[in-house]
Design a protein around this ligand. Structure first.
Ligand code: RB5
Length: 153
């Protein structure tokens, strides 16, 4: 599995912690910024970058971290093909993989502790989509995206 990860300045410290976890678990990943030298940055720039990589199939999953996780998740979900879940508990981490087949995880550094965030990432990366009735529902989202793309063009 290839993971694209990014944060704004508000998620930098948690991102470093998650990167250490990915290294420990030998997960293939690429950090798309920001870095500590960037100063204050705009979260949509990083959300769109990672979301597009996942939507294009260049990466299987994405992890986006900002202060609250909210801005990142709002922006990432604008990209067709992305199902970004804002998660701050382990129950939702599991459920969003099983039910929504989420391909991007958003978290907020100012919301949760690092220990919980690492548990969330481990669960979210390992849990499988259950398909069946959930597949039907996710397909409705995909179908809606196709309709919107067609009417845009
Ligand atoms: C940056 O101060 C903050 O607004 C950002 O990290 C995020 O929380 C936005 O949703």
């Amino acid at each position: 599995m290839r993971v694209a990860i990014a944060s704004d300045h508000g998620g930098l410290n948690l991102k470093q912690e998650i990167i250490r976890l990915l290294e420990e678990k030998k997960v293939i990943f690429k950090d798309f910024g920001a870095t500590s030298v960037c100063g204050s940055v705009d979260y949509p720039d990083y959300a769109f970058l990672v979301a597009q990589k996942v939507a294009d199939g260049e990466y299987d999953r994405g992890i986006l971290i900002c202060g609250t996780g909210i801005g990142m998740s709002i922006a990432a979900n604008k990209v067709s093909g992305v199902r970004c879940a804002l998660v701050h508990d382990t129950f939702s981490a599991r459920a969003t993989r099983q039910h929504n087949d989420s391909n991007i995880l958003a978290m907020g550094e100012r919301v949760i502790g690092f220990g919980l965030a690492k548990d969330i990432v481990e669960i979210w990366l390992s849990e499988e989509f259950e398909g069946q009735r959930h597949e039907n529902r996710v397909n409705k989202i995909k179908q809606y995206e196709r309709q919107v793309t067609r009417s845009d063009g």
